[in-house]
Ligand binder design. Sequence first.
Ligand code: SR1
Ligand code: MG
Length: 426
Amino acid sequence: MKGCTMQDYAALDAAAAVEYIKNCPAVKSMFSKDAEITCREVGDGNLNLVFILENAKDSGQTVVIKQALPYLRCAGESWPLTLDRARMENQALVTEGSLCPEYVPKVYHYDPDMHLIVMENLNRHIIMRKGLIKRVKYPNFPDHIGKFMAVTLFKTSDLYLSAGRKKAEVVKYINDLCRITEDLVFTNPYKDSPDNRYNSLLQPQVDRLRANTDLKIQIAELKQGFLSNTQALVHGDLHTGSVMINQTETKVIDPEFAFYGPMGFDIGAMIANLALSYASHEVRTESAAEREDYRKYLLDTISRMWNVFADEFDRLWKNENNGDAAACDYWEHNGGEPAFKQYRSRYIRQVLQDSTGYAGCKMMRRILGLAHVEDIDGIEPPERRAVAESLALETGQRFVLNRRNVDTIQDVIDIIKSSKPCFRAS
Ligand code: SR1
Ligand code: MG
């Protein structure tokens, strides 16, 4: 093992990860000379290896190695997957880190041969999804994630970048992983596919959903937007498992699906995952008072997250009005400021409608498709789980079907509150 000088890719194990760090010029100085570096593999996601390395004598000396495997971890070697995703994740972490350093883990080293990233160990944070399952409230999250989305989306769009620079960025982020999203989010859930997995108790609801022509056309339209709208650099997988959090800080991790796509895809993913938590507590939380209290927290979080996003996005646009699509010089002659204001508010309303549609797709894929969420999948027995699943499906479907009528975030909240599960446990 030659650490950072290694040329040939090999998947690390714990011992090899320690050797790698000891020989990595960019990182080894973070550990004292007599460090006893321990290592454990902790990856529980669908795709990669994740190692936590720590000096047994000083837990403050610690890093994480994230390494891509040449296949999909949760499926095995029969599902090959590009190693290039480590490069995508590294460049997205670097871009996001330059725009919003407070909300992104620090990158210490990227190795293009070993397809790995050495980064900050967020050991004072937990995966947000796990906190939401236990009904933990995170008061700063809406402000943090709203700002993260506003800054990263605005400053990578045609509103801020010149057309030439923006097109060059689009090329840098051509990401093979998009194919997974195209299949798993927009296609497979709506047909018989060996890659789907869902509770058989939902079959009557699934049959009705798949027979709904309007729904399928609208999902095709949303997929078309995903494929062709290079609006901004999106994280591409911005669910509550991609957020590490505590009572004061929020860190967005795992941008390996990053690409230039519709802004609403990120915002919608966040709305969807908060709404999935809302659906899960239909059965997870038995006390009506506790359920109502936590659900109010989730809805307030969605509302504030959107309002912070929209206000910050609009503020950035007014103040850093640099891109080729930001405004039109001929408005000076017929309206000027009023036309600019109207343009901004129409743009932001369109982002809200897109977010609502993508939120719907993201909810339904987590019930019908290959990759589910622990909030709902962890509910037993299947009869109880089906109640939460059915509610999530209903909410997702109504998001897609009603998105064009959405004017404010309150309309989104109203859809969540008025959706009911079709399945009732006997
Ligand atoms: C086959 S990979 C399944 C899912 O895991 C990731 O987190 C993405 O959401 C992807 O769709
Ligand atoms: Mg991930």
